[in-house]
Design a protein around this ligand. Structure first.
Ligand SMILES: *Cc1c(COP(=O)(O)O)cnc(C)c1O
Length: 459
């Protein structure tokens, strides 16, 4: 399988080359040259890790040890059960797909645990090191750090918006004492963090000298890993391969739902992908109107992992909408890259629906689901359930993706239900642990200084 850049300039490359690279040299994102075809009949009965291998081996066909790495990543020890992503049925035709049983209690562990093992293997084979530079609005950072902690040859530099994450998220990341983990709290919002990462990556000399790599959802391996649970959820909710289902997906960076789109392009019978935004509703607006209109900044909300105004994976979807014409995409993206308030008009594909949710909706949904089904859901999952139920069609099973556990967002749960969410074992005293982080300006030069300093100390 070859990977193409969405900007049409960088040469096509094999998977192991794009794995460590992040953005393509022309500033684009890598996408596979074609979508491999699903084999529903033989995949239906597979255990998660075997299903994952079947799917991932279509995308990662130049990694001889893939089966072993997949099996090492998707274990009962890491995810609490051999199901990995258990499906809970609330009532006939309404399901919650549990994606948040990994080490950091959010769906990002599903991709990141694999990525940690892929990186370690690829680096060992090439005899080199990697400095991972990432931006997080909360869950990516902790998932990445828990996947990379203690890994040979890897340093992690994670930018997060200072004071914007929940106390639990902050404690999860900042309490890690592993010497290869570096937390940088940026004075700004998530979009500022993401822009700084892009700027550092745009300095190709620095990027090469310091072997900068990415773990944000721009990394194709993460998208591919997320494709797996759409299949798993479909098989758990249906009896035959002719049935259609819809998925409700709380969305920020468009990574999770884009993986659902890839699953459908591979042949998974998905009727609708229902996108849920919070108050930061650029994506909802796009799917309702065809107009992709950036806001100046993202508002801080009670579903903070979706507080994003520029969804990086949207570029991959737009590439398909533009007939895979990289030059056409590069022309349209010029304004976006400089944060201009451009209006990108594109025609969305059929098979998407969307909606938005507010803080009040979130609280009402958390209460309603708790009262009716005895289940506590986190605020992001609530955004998805709210919009999913609005868009639900009679006779079509609806699978709502649970993207985090409520324990991560205690303030909102307390506001909704008047009590604290349950804490999984091992997380009882998290906030009391000592924290390690450095506050910096939203400035690429500041980040480069930190990276250079750490690398110098290693030599
Ligand atoms: C990251 C995240 C999202 C958004 O997923 P995207 O892939 O960025 O669209 C939603 N909910 C939670 C809990 C998350 O951590």
């Amino acid at each position: 399988m070859l990977y193409l850049s969405t900007r049409g300039e960088a040469p096509a490359r094999r998977f192991t080359k794009i794995l460590l690279e992040g953005l393509a040299a022309d500033g684009g994102l890598y996408v596979p040259e074609r979508y491999p075809k699903a084999d529903l009949k033989s995949w239906r009965s597979l255990a998660y890790r075997d299903l994952a291998y079947e799917i991932l081996s279509r995308f990662m066909d130049d990694l001889p040890d893939l089966r072993r790495l997949v099996h090492r990543s998707y274990t009962k020890a890491a995810f609490g059960s051999d199901d990995i992503t258990p499906l809970a049925t609330l009532e006939p035709g309404l399901h919650i797909l549990g994606l948040s049983n990994g080490p950091t209690l959010a769906f990002k562990d599903l991709a990141m645990q694999l990525l940690g093992n892929l990186f370690e293997e690829a680096l060992a084979r090439e005899g080199r090191t990697l400095n991972i530079l990432g931006a997080t609005s909360g869950d990516t950072g902790s998932a990445a750090e828990y996947a990379m902690r203690g890994k040979q040859g890897i340093q992690v530099f994670m930018l997060s918006p200072h004071g914007r994450m929940s106390a639990f998220q902050r404690a999860q990341m900042f309490s890690l004492q592993d010497p290869n983990i570096h937390n940088l709290a940026v004075k700004g919002v998530f979009d500022d963090c993401q822009d700084v990462v892009k700027q550092v990556n745009a300095d190709t000399a620095f990027k090469e000298q310091y072997r900068i790599g990415a773990v944000n959802s721009i990394n194709w391996a993460r998208i591919a890993a997320q494709v797996v649970y759409y299949f798993k959820g479909y098989f758990a909710a249906t009896r035959s391969d002719t049935e259609q289902v819809s998925f409700a997906v709380p969305s920020g960076n468009f990574g999770n739902i884009y993986a659902g789109y890839v699953a459908r392009e591979m042949g998974l019978p998905v009727r609708r992908l229902i996108l849920a935004s919070n108050e930061n509703d650029v994506l909802d607006e796009f799917f309702r109107t065809g107009s992709y209109r950036l806001r100046k900044t993202a508002a801080a909300t009670s579903s903070p992992s979706m507080d994003i105004s520029k969804a990086s994976n949207f570029e991959r979807y737009a590439f398909d909408l533009l007939g895979r014409d990289g030059q056409a995409l590069a022309r349209r993206w010029r304004g976006l890259d400089s944060n201009a308030a451009v209006d990108l008009s594109l025609i969305p594909r059929k098979g998407f629906a969307s909606g938005r949710s507010t803080h009040a909706d979130r609280l009402a949904t958390i209460r309603a689901v708790h009262a009716k089904y005895g289940l506590t859901i986190d605020p992001h999952t609530a955004d998805g359930v709210k919009v999913g139920l609005e868009q639900r069609e009679a006779g079509v099973p609806l699978i709502c993706l649970e993207t985090a556990l409520p324990a991560k967002f205690a303030d909102t749960i307390r506001e909704a239900l008047g009590r604290d969410p349950a804490r999984p074992a091992g997380f009882e005293k998290l906030e009391q642990l000592p924290q390690r982080f450095e506050v910096i300006e939203a400035d690429a030069a500041a980040v480069k200084r930190v990276v250079a300093g750490v690398v110098a100390r290693q030599m």
